[in-house]
Design a protein around this ligand. Structure first.
Ligand SMILES: Nc1ncnc2c1ncn2[C@@H]1O[C@H](COP(=O)(O)OP(=O)(O)OP(=O)(O)O)[C@@H](O)[C@H]1O
Ligand SMILES: [Mn+2]
Length: 567
């Protein structure tokens, strides 16, 4: 009897345990499935986020909460609520890695493990600092409503095409409505062009071009941004020729569906600081500077640099074997160490004494998305008023005249609109990354003087971390004028919860080359924080001596009911 009872209760205990274990297994399976799904999503037209590429926060895109504590005073810099309690979570590096693998990305993954970069990324309240930054109201200001002529390029509607087409074309079109881009001839290795008015049929580079507006080069929340960088990082390279313009070696790369990129090769070790005896205009261009500048500009909320991504290419199969450029192919050779090198033809550093070399074939490069062709979207180049003299002996006028800005302010286009504060934004960006080479800037001709400035050519930035270059900030010191949104974002980036060096480290970690080595070393990242403090100090000094320092570009916001505390 007792034995029977004992047996029954043992059986029910076993049954209970079995149920519990089943439930736990189910829970575990459910958890694994959900985790795997997020890790493995590839950026196709329907999914946008991938790991080795800059992520946009569209998935989390939220309308701006007007009830947030945003109360930015121009003088006191009161800021929205900022997460202060820093929880230090370890982020699994797998979450930030791409699924697709080739021989190079295998190297990348191994290195990432060795470096343990993922562990450096801290999370605040469940969000990383970068995620928290991009969720902040200052990074989600409503953009101005765009009219037709605020877009750089528009697709011809069928109606429009018919208006201007001949009768014959009209007849053709009615038989095939969406055929504007169907190519009759198929070039070797190029994809058959089959794009229609439907945006889903457009390759990422075309979507990027169609997204350029009067006020920014891209919308940070556009899912296409991730697809574009993924495209640049992974598409097969079909063509590589030398690009003319500028002084140093760079290549124009072509992809199978007619996309193009501007390639700048790695020429010196990433951490080699610029020689103190070199004039800034003699320094080598740096591929990691081009990549880092894109990330920094995005973190400052400017969106004025074309997306740039790092890539490990094979100098033989990606350049030598496919180039049609004889001037380039003639310069290939194998170095005594057995590395494949080339030097091309250009004004500076295009000689066999200063070759670009693979190891033995692998070469780190930066690839920048190309802007629309000049014939479609002409650009105007402007000489910077604070341009350096580019002479080893002469100084420029602004270097001797403290009142130089007064003359600039009176001249068109700096005497109205936003051009002057746009230049100040550019000076801040350049000071942070120590770029002394901003002799010109460009704008899209279509938008006249009311438009953003393109921050092209950042190859000479990030050359030195141990020194700052105060002369780059002279425009701000002399003009004492700056956008309110810029000051507020800079202030935000100076707070521990959003520290510039931390968000920059995290942002750069999304680049494929981060797996080879961090794109910016820690001393370069710390220099960003130090320089940011200097910029804010200059603004404060300006405010102590002038009343009209802040250009209020956030006027609409002051009307929000909960923003009454300011002023
Ligand atoms: N992403 C881009 N898309 C299209 N054109 C570009 C892009 N980036 C640069 N360019 C154009 O190519 C020209 C040369 O590029 P870049 O300025 O980077 O070369 P560089 O050799 O560094 O020039 P410099 O020696 O004058 O500093 C620029 O003047 C610009 O007009
Ligand atoms: Mn340059």
């Amino acid at each position: 009897m007792i034995r029977q009872k004992l047996a029954r209760s043992t059986r029910s205990i076993y049954l209970g345990l079995a149920c519990l274990s089943l439930a736990l297994h189910l829970l575990l399976a459910f958890f694994c499935l959900s985790v795997l799904q997020t890790v493995c999503v590839l950026p196709t037209s329907s999914s946008s986020s991938s790991s080795s590429i800059p992520r946009t926060d569209t998935q989390h895109s939220q309308s701006i909460s007007h009830s947030s504590s945003f109360s930015a005073a121009s003088s006191s810099h009161k800021l929205p609520t900022i997460p202060q309690n820093e929880e230090h979570h370890k982020l699994n590096a797998n979450n930030l890695r791409h699924k697709e693998k080739d021989s190079f990305s295998n190297v990348t993954e191994k290195k990432q493990k060795q470096i343990g970069v993922g562990e450096l990324i801290q999370k605040v309240k469940g969000w990383s600092k970068l995620e928290a930054l991009f969720k902040h109201p200052l990074y989600n200001l409503p953009s101005p409503e765009l009219q037709d002529d605020d877009w750089l390029l528009r697709l011809k509607t069928n109606e429009h095409a018919r208006d201007i087409g001949s009768e014959e074309e009209e007849r053709e079109e009615t038989s095939d409505d969406d055929s504007h881009w169907q190519s009759a001839s198929e070039e070797e290795d190029y994809d058959k062009v089959d794009w229609t008015n439907d945006v889903d049929t457009h390759p990422p580079w075309l979507r990027f071009h169609l997204g350029i507006s009067r006020w920014e080069l891209y919308n940070r929340k556009d899912p296409n941004l991730a697809q574009l960088t993924h495209y640049l990082a992974t598409q097969r390279i079909l063509g590589a020729v030398q690009k003319t313009g500028g002084t140093q070696l760079k290549l124009l790369i072509s992809f199978p569906n007619y996309g193009q990129a501007l390639l700048k090769p790695m020429r010196q070790s990433r951490d080699a600081e610029t020689d103190v005896n070199l004039f800034y205009f003699s320094d080598f261009e740096r591929h990691n500077a081009e990549i880092s500048a894109f990330h920094l500009d995005r973190l400052l909320g400017f969106n004025r640099i074309p997306p740039v991504v790092g890539r490990l290419i094979n100098v033989i199969s990606d350049i030598r074997e496919i180039t049609t450029d004889k001037r380039l192919s003639r310069t290939f050779f194998t170095s005594p160490a057995g590395n494949v090198c080339f030097y091309g033809r250009c004004e500076y550093y295009c000689s066999s004494e200063q070759p670009v070399c693979g190891q033995p074939h692998a070469l780190e490069v930066s690839l920048a998305a190309m802007l629309p062709d000049f014939t479609l979207a002409p650009r105007r180049s402007w000489r910077s008023p604070w341009r350096r003299s580019y002479s080893r002996t002469k100084l420029a006028k602004w270097e001797n005249d403290p009142a130089y800005c007064d003359t600039v302010k009176q001249k068109s286009p700096y005497n109205y609109g936003t051009r002057l504060v746009d230049l100040m934004d550019m000076a801040v960006l350049d000071f942070l990354m120590s770029n002394m080479d901003r002799h010109h800037y460009e704008t899209f001709e279509k938008f006249g003087n009311e438009t953003f400035l393109l921050h092209l050519d950042n190859g000479r930035a990030f050359g030195r971390h141990s020194r700052d270059e105060p002369s780059i900030l002279v425009p701000l010191q002399q003009c004492c004028r700056i956008r309110r949104s810029t000051v507020l974002r800079l202030t935000l980036l100076s707070l521990p919860g959003f520290r510039l060096s931390d968000v920059m480290r995290e942002s750069l970690f999304q680049d494929p080359l981060a797996g080879v080595a961090p794109l910016l070393s820690e001393p370069h990242l710390s220099a960003l924080d130090r320089r940011l403090a200097t910029v804010l100090q200059v603004v404060q000094t300006c405010q102590e001596h002038h009343t009209d320092v802040i250009y209020n570009d956030l006027e609409g916001y002051d009307q929000q009911p909960d923003r009454g505390q300011e002023q």
